[in-house]
Write a protein that binds this ligand. Structure first.
Ligand code: PEP
Ligand code: MG
Length: 596
């Protein structure tokens, strides 16, 4: 059994197809001075053909996963138009008299090595994009055939060193049971797309495993736990087939509560809403009976393209979401870039501590025209649904007022232009900094709602970088300090009478549910897949008992004690194994009877 990282949930059992490397070794071919013009012409022709091909893939993909994910290819086209990349290639041809394909290969290697050296996941992903586009260009220059996946065979599990977005675009989800890659991270484009396509994915498998797997080998992939099993024994196949079945049955069973009201046994109603970053994800959320969108992360609209999205482009997406929600709340969070989220075309300064640096609302207040473009788009969309605005990373009353001033300017402009928007649009803030918690009573008087961003609040309260694996064991949602932060925030909101929700990962954590009930939060916003499991648990709890649990955990001095109180039942994996054992016994029984 090999442990990788679970990047897209689900279980796949089947035969491997190992994707050959889409890379070529090129002999160093020199050219004569007289051939320069011809080499440039070959280069330009290769670029033109590559662009046409990328556009075609983009169109194909749009139908499968929606416009946002397919816009990843805009970034690829932008690379083919990037003057720095092109100058590098042209320079190698012109100054070193090398053939176009050799120049392209050297330019790819140069940029990929450079980006790979940076200790930054985002830049490593960009290196993958450059390799992908560069290899496409090389393929045309060499007249090499496209590496295609088998489509006329049995469905297979795809094994690749790394999988580029364009390779994923060619995948037919009906032919691919699952994917395992040597490289990759959960936040890479490919992982995002695999989740959108519903294909189980494990990334970061060890290189020796990748070498050991041959096309045709039998494999099991568990995309939730990040497990790959090569040539499994019959017992494992049976066990995972059963898990797959249980998984499907559980999903099916949960569908039965889609229309059921989210309310505890003693009548406390809790809105269960979804975190989304694209319209495609909204579809999944609606199918899970979401009460609305508690967090629309708008960064995705700004990423994977070569320029800032225009007001109209943003408006179309926000309006589309508002209309699909049919008057259910849609909380649109304004741009939250910086930290680990960078934009190719937007040069952010190198910083010692980017998470504490120039990011989110700080950038928006520093660049009013960028901010106003988004605010105008959101306001215009508010005409078509129940849209609310939320500012991220707020640390002071001044920031809220400055943002609201710009919002007011936008409203005035729209009124003057005769463009409709909701005059009653609500404005809220994320509470994700300890400073905001401490002055929550003051902030509550400035806004219509709070949404607690536990992901950042935990990292800032405990001074534990949420991206740093070495100290991830210290990233503790159930730390007494975090619980006190939550209590302070929610009580401040309640005293002022404003709506309070939670939109960090902790909102979808079943263990945390008694905390939210005890503190009487109004809304939990989570990934769409978490909504039904949370609702299922909510239906079994009471607010009264949750208050008693909360009093006990608030008296605890260590996280270990808190965990003990919150999870008296066996942990999930143990429970799954128990269920499995019960099922296996049950299924064996008729056979046993027959043999008697
Ligand atoms: C959070 O910080 O909890 C949050 C929801 O925002 P993000 O994860 O996008 O930083
Ligand atoms: Mg945050």
């Amino acid at each position: 059994m090999i442990q990788g990282i679970g990047a897209s949930p689900g279980i796949a059992i089947g035969k491997a197809f190992v994707l050959p490397n889409w890379e070529w070794d090129l002999p160093e071919q020199k050219i004569d001075v007289g051939d320069l013009a011809r080499e440039f012409e070959r280069l330009y022709e290769g670029i033109r053909t590559s662009k046409v091909e990328i556009e075609q893939m983009k169109d194909e993909l749009r139908e499968v996963v929606g416009p946002e994910e397919s816009s990843i290819f805009d970034a690829h086209i932008a690379i083919l138009e990037d003057p720095v990349f092109m100058n590098e290639i042209q320079g190698i041809i012109q100054r070193q008299y090398k053939a176009a394909e050799v120049a392209v290969k050297e330019a790819i290697d140069h940029f990929v090595t450079m980006f790979d050296l940076l200790d930054d996941e985002y830049m490593k992903e960009r290196a993958l994009d450059i390799k992908d586009v560069g290899n496409r260009l090389l393929k045309h220059l060499l007249g090499a055939p496209e590496i295609t996946l088998p489509s006329d065979t049995q469905p297979f599990i795809l094994i690749a060193k790394e999988l580029s977005p364009s390779q994923l675009a060619h995948l037919n989800p009906n032919h691919v049971l699952g994917i395992a890659t040597l490289a990759g991270s959960i936040t890479s484009h490919s992982s995002i797309m695999a989740r959108a396509l519903g294909v189980p994915l494990v990334v970061g498998i060890e290189s020796k495993l990748e070498e050991a797997i041959q096309t045709g080998d039998m494999l099991i992939i568990d995309g939730e736990h990040g497990i790959v099993i090569l040539e499994p024994e019959q017992r494992s196949v049976e066990q995972y087939t059963m898990k797959q079945k249980l998984h499907q049955e559980k999903k099916q069973q949960l569908r039965g509560i889609v229309g059921v009201q989210s309310v505890t046994k003693d009548g406390k109603e809790l809105e269960l809403s979804a975190n989304i970053s694209s319209l495609k994800e909204l579809e999944v959320a609606l199918a899970s009976g979401t009460s609305g969108v508690g967090l629309f992360r708008t960064e995705f609209l700004y990423m994977d393209r070569s320029r800032l999205p225009r007001e109209d482009e943003q408006y179309e997406v926000y309006r589309g979401a508002a209309e699909k929600l049919d008057n259910k709340p849609l909380i649109i969070r304004t741009l939250d870039i910086g930290g680990d989220k960078q934009l190719d075309y937007f040069e952010l300064p190198e910083e010692e501590n980017p998470f504490l640096g120039y990011r989110a609302i700080r950038i928006c207040l520093d660049k009013p025209s960028l901010f106003k473009t988004q605010l105008r788009a959101i306001l215009r969309a508010s005409y078509y649904g129940n849209v609310k605005i939320m500012y991220p990373l707020i640390s002071s009353v001044e920031e809220v007022r400055a943002a609201n001033n710009l919002l007011e300017q936008c409203k005035q402009e729209l009124r003057a232009e005769g463009i409709g928007f909701s005059e009653e649009i609500e404005v809220g803030i994320m509470i994700e900094l300890p400073a905001a918690v401490v002055i929550a009573d003051m902030l509550a008087e400035e806004v219509d709602f709070f949404s607690i961003g536990t992901n950042d609040l935990i990292q800032f309260t405990l001074a534990v970088d949420r991206m740093n694996e070495q100290i991830s064991y210290m990233y503790e949602p159930f730390h007494p300090a975090v619980l006190r932060m939550l209590k302070l925030t929610i009580e401040a909101a309640k005293r002022t009478g404003i709506h309070v929700g939670v939109c960090g990962e902790m909102a979808g954590d079943l263990k945390a549910l008694p905390i939210w009930l005890a503190l009487d939060v109004d809304e939990l916003s989570m990934s769409a897949q978490a909504i039904l499991p949370v609702k299922e648990k909510l239906l079994t709890l009471t607010q009264q008992a949750s208050r008693e649990v909360f009093d006990r955990i608030m008296a605890c001095r260590t996280s270990a004690q808190i965990h003990e109180i919150l999870s008296p039942q066996p942990v999930k994996a143990e429970r799954e194994n128990e269920q499995l054992a019960e099922r296996q016994t049950a299924e064996r029984q008729p056979a046993a009877k027959l043999s008697k």
